[in-house]
Design a protein. Structure first.
Length: 351
């Protein structure tokens, strides 16, 4: 009977060596994993791969961060077109149309199918005549003009300082919006998302009234002209404050800085400065008809700083005073031009 080659001990030696090597590799792998886990557990929280979470913040689920379009809601400039359209008169509809026509007409800005957000100032529970909120007649005329240009939907939105329901009703903005066929957005907690604003000092990541802006293609600001006890005046740039959530009252410590951030945050399609009446003192809340005078002016502009500078000098009558600090701060960031007289503008007197 033939024998197989090799001794029995020789036949067992090779598998045993392989098993020992595999075991050593497994031990090394486990040791490396254990060492890495130990490092991750002990490394400072700011180091890459660290698992330390002393305040519990790392363990919280990450909230989504939203951004507005990189170039805002601007439309291309028209060569030779006016930056400001200034209309004076008595008829709100005629003034608004003349002001918008002066900067190229509504057809330049709104195309069929657009979803348009109109942002009035509805901050306080005040009757329209007191000048602390946007004139509902101007809002209604604006919404109708936008709809006539073919907009698919017009949304009216603001986050008032006082009760939203009361502010929208008392100011007349709710009724004007609905009569003009707009969709009204009153803020709810679920309507806010964290907005990322690169380069902002105070609101780089901040709660923003996002719901009205879902799928929006154009944005128009509508702001009254009024005195302000902190920043000296509240007009089209300050108006975007009404889109912030959170503890926004803390920004009063640097009011001009936050207004500059607002100019960085929102690049609207255009703005309308509502100078039909002017709250020339006791702003921003007002409360007495003695603090209001007729302005009989509406301004449409593609440059918010230019519109505000006109409002400061012409409508508030403060041409002899220096502009509030936010003008220079925003201009340094190329967010507008306060020297409105150096820009193309057209002025009209209407009925």
């Amino acid at each position: 009977m033939a024998r197989s080659g090799g001794k029995p001990s020789d036949r067992k030696e090779a598998p045993e060596r392989i098993d020992r090597r595999a075991a050593l590799r497994q031990i090394g792998t486990v040791s490396a994993i254990a060492a890495g886990a130990g490092w991750a557990a002990l490394a400072p929280p700011t180091w890459p791969g660290s698992l330390r979470d002393p305040d519990g913040e790392r363990g919280k689920p990450k909230q989504p961060v939203f951004r507005l379009p990189e170039n805002g809601f601007l439309v291309p400039n028209v060569p030779g077109g006016a930056v400001l359209g200034i209309a004076r008169g008595q008829n709100v509809v005629a003034m608004l149309k003349a002001a918008v026509d002066a900067i190229g007409g509504m057809g330049r800005f709104i195309q069929p199918g657009d979803i348009v957000v109109v942002k009035p100032n509805v901050a306080f529970e005040r009757a329209a005549a007191l000048g602390a909120t946007s004139n509902p007649e101007v809002l209604k005329a604006l919404v109708e003009l936008v709809r006539d240009a073919g907009a698919k939907e017009v949304r009216v939105a603001d986050n008032p300082i006082e009760s939203p329901e009361s502010c929208f009703v008392r100011s007349g903005i709710q009724r004007a919006s609905l009569e003009a066929g707009a969709r009204l957005y009153l803020p709810k907690k679920s309507d806010f998302e964290t907005l990322h604003i690169p380069g902002a000092r105070w609101i780089e990541h901040w709660p923003f009234f996002w719901q009205p802006f879902r799928d929006a293609t154009k944005v128009i600001g509508l702001a009254p002209v009024k005195d302000h006890n902190l920043c000296r005046a509240s007009m089209t740039t300050k108006n975007w404050y009404g889109l912030l959530g959170g503890r926004r009252n803390q920004f009063h410590q640097d009011i001009h800085g936050i207004i500059t951030d607002l100019a960085l945050m929102m690049r609207p399609t255009f703005v309308v400065l509502d100078g039909t009446r002017v709250l020339f003192r006791s702003g921003p809340t007002g409360g007495s008809l003695d603090d209001v005078r007729p302005g009989q002016t509406i301004v449409a502009a593609t440059d918010s700083l230019a519109a505000d500078a006109f409002g400061w000098q012409d409508l508030l009558g403060r041409a002899d005073e220096s502009l509030p600090a936010y003008f220079e701060q925003a201009a340094r960031k190329n967010l507008g031009n306060p020297d409105w007289r150096s820009l193309p503008f057209k002025e009209a007197q209407v009925g």
